[in-house]
Design a protein around this ligand. Structure first.
Ligand code: CO8
Length: 259
């Protein structure tokens, strides 16, 4: 896969996708959204066990959707652009394998929304998060009003989105928007370490766990508990479960075949 704005790298079973449009601080134009869509749609989730998404350079993860491209849109075009971003981000959120956002600077507007569509967020101490859309006369349009409240609670989400203010990494950590903060030079190594840790586990079990957490979020507790029981049962159809438990009982190290 060769893209203009997306740099891809692989390290064993870990894939890293770097959004690269440094002249606009990696702002998302429709070409980049199209490339992300193509990449996510074709990613081999049997080969890779974890995906890391980051931005090129030390200054910015993604500084938002491309304001220059949006400036002259009409209502229908605005809706189409919003829906395109939302659709791509939903594909990321529901990708079978875990996705880590390594936020290496500005994550504003669509950039914060992209990070929130990932399963886990870690960031550098120079990262800045925010949904500044209302200052531009728009609202978050790539599902920020949906995911922010779910991640940090409705009161904090409303304050952040209504004020449009930018938040530093330590506050993002405090409110639970990110899991950990690192020195900029350490960020990618830490993301890789986390990805390798995840990838060392039984991949089908990790997928089922992601599927459960995503799908159960909107279910009532009774449905959710039943759904989890069903998925739990499915684990016993895997070789990984047989190998993993046999290794525990034999006091040996589990080598899970991923089947
Ligand atoms: N879109 C387009 N270009 C951008 C963007 C952006 N979001 N952000 C930065 N750039 C460009 C700048 O215009 C500048 O280009 P040029 O050199 O040609 O003038 C270049 O990147 C460097 O930026 P700055 O000179 O501004 O760099 P600073 O270090 O001074 O400032 C900031 C960095 C604070 C990040 C500043 O660039 C900024 O405020 N950027 C905009 C942030 C923003 O408002 N993001 C939200 C955009 S709206 C959005 O994401 C909505 C998502 C949902 C869309 C739904 C569609 C309907």
């Amino acid at each position: 896969m060769n893209y203009q704005y997306l740099k891809l790298a692989e390290n064993g079973t870990i894939c890293t996708a770097t959004i690269s449009a440094p002249q606009s601080l990696n702002a998302l134009n429709s070409t980049i959204l199209g490339e992300l869509d193509d990449f996510i749609s074709h990613l081999d989730c049997n080969k890779y066990r974890c995906l890391i998404i980051t931005g090129d350079g030390e200054k910015s993860f993604v500084a938002g959707a491309d304001i220059k491209e949006m400036a002259d849109l009409n209502v229908a075009q605005g809706q189409t652009f919003g829906a395109k971003g939302a659709m791509v981000f939903r594909k990321i959120e529901t990708l079978p394998i875990p996705v880590i956002a390594a936020v290496n600077g500005f994550a504003l507007g669509g950039g914060c929304e992209l990070a929130m569509a990932c399963d886990i967020r870690i960031c550098s101490n120079n990262a800045r998060f925010g949904q500044p859309e209302v200052g531009l006369g728009i609202i978050p349009g790539f599902s920020g009003t949906v995911r922010m409240a779910r991640l940090v609670g409705m009161g904090i989400a409303k304050e952040l989105i209504f004020s449009g203010r930018t938040m530093k990494a330590d506050e993002a950590l405090r409110i639970g928007l990110v899991n950990a903060v690192y020195e900029p030079a350490e960020l990618m190594a830490k993301a890789m370490e986390m990805a390798e840790h995840i990838a060392a586990n039984a991949p089908i079990a990790v997928r089922y766990a992601k599927q459960c957490i995503n799908n159960e979020f909107d279910m009532n507790a009774d449905y959710a508990i039943t759904y989890e029981s069903g998925m739990f049962g499915q684990c016993f159809a895997t070789k990984d479960q047989k190998e993993g438990m046999k290794a525990f009982i034999n006091k040996s190290k589990a080598v899970v075949p991923g089947e």
